[in-house]
Design a protein around this ligand. Sequence first.
Ligand code: OFO
Length: 162
Amino acid sequence: MKISDSMVAAINDQIKAEFDSAYIYLAMSAYLENSGLSGMAHWMNKQYKEEVEHAERFIKYLYERGARVIIPEIAKPKEAYPSAVEVFREAYRHEQYVTSRIYKLVDMAIAEKDYATQSMLKWYVDEQLEEEDNTGSIVAKFEFLGEDKHSVYMIDKELAAR
Ligand code: OFO
């Protein structure tokens, strides 16, 4: 069954969102590295790579459906943040935003009775649950331990192990 033009457009738009996410996390990683927090920078760099994989997974799906892939322009991300905890707060909010985008795609696939896209999106629904949990837990850790140098050092060390 042919995928609809509107679904192809929505997925291409999500490919852009995934690359935008990747770039945001790459910029966060650079900010953290420049702040001397190489463990956190390492964690964020892994996140950057995961986002590229998310984009590639959508690209592969469109190829499978015989649809046209448009490689998007990537928005320039923010360069600086007030503090390390703010980086993770923003990442958490960003993941919540991405989840809302994925849910909209699911709604659309259901409305169009596009069962293949619904099935493909299941992976992203599960992935979003995990990503919100990952970023949210780091924010919770900062809130529990506080933001003094000792706590930041401990969290940095822990995130180096990702
Ligand atoms: Fe972070 O899940 Fe894709 O964007």
